[in-house]
Ligand binder design. Sequence first.
Ligand code: HSE
Length: 435
Amino acid sequence: MTAAPPVPLRVALLGCGTVGSAVLRLIEDQADDLTARIGRPVEVVGIAVRRPAHHPDVPQHLLTTDAAALVARDDVDLVVEVIGGIEPARSLMYAAFASGKSVVSANKALLAEDGPALHAAAAEAGVDLYYEAAVAGAIPLLRPLRESLAGDQLRRVVGIVNGTTNYILSRMAETGAGFAEALAEATELGYAEADPTADVDGFDAAAKAAILASLAFHTPVSSADVYREGISAVSATDVARAAEIGCTVKLLAICERVPNGAGTDTVAVRVHPAMIPTTHPLAAVGGAFNAVFVEAEAAGQLMFYGQGAGGEPTASAVLGDLVAVARNRVAGASGQGPTGYADLAIRPMAETPTRYHVSLDVADRPGVLAAVAQEFARQDVSISTVRQTGRGDAATLVIVTHSAPDAALSATIAALRDMPAVRGVTSVLRVEGLS
Ligand code: HSE
């Protein structure tokens, strides 16, 4: 007598765009391996899409426009959400948890907005919520932060987590092009979306930063807690000035523990363009690649690098999560979600220590440098280096500060713009990682 074949784990797939169709393909192509790795086969029993006619290549009998009914089906064990956006994804996730189904998601916007409440709902239902694909695509990052580094204390997580902006900034550095020209090229080649706002203005990176900071510091951090500046104001001059001091310009997501001086730490999370030394490992991350640099007390420095977008790379991360939650399901268990026990205060950007690189067109006459330096001193900002090029009417002062509260630095810039001897503030960028 032969044993009955194992009952499949039945998956509802919500969304079948670039990522969803790659997930479907990988589940089909790797069916035997998945069965061996999980202990039961995986079967997709329904695919929710908005326009079935747009999906001629998937089995038509699986398609439905009623995502809520698909999630509610008794024969569904696990839900994979790759629709993106806040609604209906959020309602569908809560419905999945309420009916005892684990969820795998790639939804950074939703997790960054509502992560703690979603985790609480999953924990209450005794199911899993995994979302490795939400940050930096294929790069295994959230599980290392959540599990591998669970015994360490993280100090800083600094990442290039948006491929579109990294492509644009890389091209600006390579060709000397301005932002608009590099964006046009990125759009033409498909690196930038027709509406590039989410990438270019830093919203995408800010959501990812919120997720990274929450995991790194065991503290709930939402997108609204993240200071955000995009790259549309980065000029060819900024990029050229960076090169002059051995730096390159990157859009960084920076999550750090900052002591508040009273014996407790705060968490500062920010996304903005910054100059970093070309010797920093993140400086070598070119094109549309992502990388995240982690500094931990015991582990020291770690770097995670790879493809942060695209159907197949993102689907790889989704499948990894699918295997994890499926194994838990087979074991009748659920994994430990992130903890927010530390609950550190969020430090406002104005109080966060940063360093600035400032380039000024000035009149080259006695007393100008002293007057410029006086504006820094007035805000208690210490200057690290000053360099002058040119003379007469074409003199340029390039100043790099030591670290100071960001508000003091921006107040200094405002004062410099009002000085009669300053003809123009031609470049202002924060600097990271410079000794
Ligand atoms: N649009 C993102 C990027 C990928 O350019 O990296 C998805 O988060």
